[in-house]
Design a protein around this ligand. Sequence first.
Ligand SMILES: [Zn+2]
Length: 242
Amino acid sequence: MGNVIVVYAIDALEHILVEKFQNKNLMQTTYGKTDITQFSQPRTMVLWSSFMTCEDKEQAVLSLGDEKMWGVRWPLEETFFKEFKNPKIIDLPGFNYDMDVHDKSRALLKEYFESEDRQTKAEVKKQYNQDAYQHHRSVKKEFLESLEDGHDFVLGYFSAADVLGHLNFGNKTMMRMIYKDLDEIAAEVQKKTDKILVLSDHGMKAIGEFGDHSEYGFYSTSWESNLEHPRITDFGDILTRL
Ligand SMILES: [Zn+2]
């Protein structure tokens, strides 16, 4: 068993669905909900920024405005990643995520909701879902390969549950499939190390056939922990002391 510390970061992984689908590998030794009530809304960029800097970054991120906040890049020195010798961070919002991929998916989402035409909607949705799967596969490959590369810390960020969930949360078959794949990735990681944190920024709740962010996140640790309802800013310290 290797010694690498792994953060398996999953956007919008919903506690209720993990239990409902019985995703055993995502649940690990200790799991539960995070407390994100200090934030006015469950916003992805605010939450991951706060996670990596171990500070509440809501004001700092919101002060940039709706468009500019997606371009936030916290320097390594302001994150707890600097505590590691050879950290590898994959596609994390607020650090190094692929702006083109995420811009395109947000543009398609906008187009979907602005279009009145059924066929256009169907086509936009198809493209949006395809892009999400394709990006998911590429991050998955890089993440699993990184576990073999001699890093002391690896973080992989997976957006598919969020991206697919926004347009397809009512499609239980699709949600079950993506959760199953996320669960299988956890099983792969567990073969490589016994220091794994699975962490989401927020969960997801149904709004008709669509999905919107829920007001708590999900965490699970491969080790026995008595965290109960930790804040997202608590984890940097926990991980550097492992
Ligand atoms: Zn979202």
